[in-house]
Design a protein around this ligand. Structure first.
Ligand code: FNR
Length: 386
């Protein structure tokens, strides 16, 4: 209503209302190599595209005259209450999009009663983000590093700083084949970005020389070497979850599951939640679209633990489909970084409000009323029927 009223006075919004259009809009606010690092995927981008296309295989079938005129989207999990089943996916290096890094996004999710999974490759340290957004629902994402001492240190710092869960990402122990980054010869980590949480960690910093001036060429070289030393534990097994269990009381989720057997293994090894994701098509090109993986994983998990979903969610209607197919919470990925790049906290708020508004309207107009009811509103696309 406020938008239409402003239109009467000749004011039109600075940002597109359709979150699908943000990627283009963000082009004007980011250097080409940074935009490509964020927007592009692995290989020829087939999985990136497939993540979006997979939504076309499903349709929402609204029911009419149900008398339902309020939607209750409240979602409870891991002792957290969210106003809607929507959180920000962990995206490292927010400092590439905004001078204050992840802080504006954390403040917006706090104000909206949503949640954020902070990447361990954040630009600010995990403590700074928590301090800048007191009261926010923050979860901490860990890429298991080669050093166990570093993993323990980061997890315990997160617990101490009030983070509510640990999300272990298992699909990125090495980086995918990303031609766009190779064409720009651009690796933000080697340029010292996304190091906020690492540089605040004594285990990470111990081998770094203390007498080299920060920001100097030599310092950056030291940092890049150290980064290569720690990034990506390459011979992990599901037993890693048991190791983490001994050092934290927080719920442990596993992010990057596509195969139902991996969901089973994760749960058998103590995972408290599963995130179905293909990392936004950034890891294995031609891997299965995340949405195509969701129904089988959700069926196998069968309510034992919460199932979260990301990779390809752009709109409230998309979120409705994923929730209808068995996700308990959907994670919004790239769109929040685009919003941050375009207009800082206002941009993130704009993006989240657009998704939330469409989700709420969709639930209402389907005659569903609650997120749980969405499950009877999703069907295979009519034209895809055998
Ligand atoms: C990511 N993602 C990611 N995931 C993670 O567990 N830790 C991380 O540090 C990052 N970093 C990151 C950076 C950038 C630039 C992108 C685009 C993505 C993956 C992210 O959490 C999520 O799985 C995808 O973004 C989902 O795909 P869509 O919906 O963004 O296309």
């Amino acid at each position: 209503d406020a938008t239409f009223a402003a239109g009467l006075a000749g004011q039109v919004p600075r940002m597109p209302a359709n979150p699908e259009h943000l990627e283009q809009a963000a082009l004007e606010h980011l250097p080409a190599e940074v935009w490509s690092f964020i927007a592009r995927g692995a290989g020829s981008g087939r999985t990136l595209a497939a993540n979006r296309r997979a939504f076309n295989r499903w349709e929402l079938v609204p029911r009419m005259l149900t008398g339902i005129d309020t939607a209750d989207l409240t979602t409870k999990l891991f002792g957290t209450t969210l106003t809607a089943p929507l959180m920000l996916a962990p995206i490292g290096l927010a400092g590439l999009a905004h001078a204050r890094g992840e802080a504006p996004a954390a403040q917006v999710v706090r104000d909206l009663g949503l949640g954020m999974i902070l990447s361990n490759s954040s630009s600010l340290s995990l403590e700074e983000v928590a301090e800048e957004a007191p009261g926010a629902n923050l979860w901490f994402q860990l890429h298991p590093p080669k050093s166990e001492a570093l993993a323990v240190s980061m997890v315990q710092r997160a617990e101490k700083a009030g983070y509510q869960t640990i999300v272990v990402t298992i699909d990125s122990w090495t980086r995918g084949w990303r031609p766009a980054d190779l064409d720009y010869a651009y690796d933000p980590f080697l340029r010292g970005h996304g190091m906020g949480t690492f540089l605040a960690d004594p285990e990470f910093c111990r081998p770094l020389p203390s007498d080299v001036p920060h920001g100097s060429k030599e310092w950056n070289e030291n940092l890049a070497t150290r980064w290569r030393e720690v990034f990506g534990h390459s011979h992990l097994s599901f037993d890693y979850l048991a190791t983490l269990r001994t050092v934290t009381d927080l719920p442990i989720l596993v992010k990057g599951v596509l195969h139902p057997d991996d969901a089973d293994l994760a749960i058998e090894h103590g995972a408290d939640g599963i995130v179905v994701s293909n990392h936004g098509g950034r890891q294995v090109d031609r891997s299965r679209a995340a949405l195509d993986a969701l129904p089988d994983v959700a069926a196998r998990v069968a309510g034992r633990v919460p199932v979260l979903f990301d990779s390809g969610v752009r709109t409230g209607a998309d979120a409705s489909i994923a929730l209808g197919l068995g996700a308990d919470v959907v994670l919004l990925g790239r769109p929040w970084i685009y919003g941050l790049a375009i207009d800082g906290a206002n941009g993130v708020r704009h993006v989240l409000e657009a998704v939330l508004a469409e989700l709420e309207l969709t639930v209402l107009m389907l005659g569903a009323g609650t997120v749980g009811e969405l499950r009877r509103c999703v069907e295979p696309a009519y034209h895809a029927r055998p």
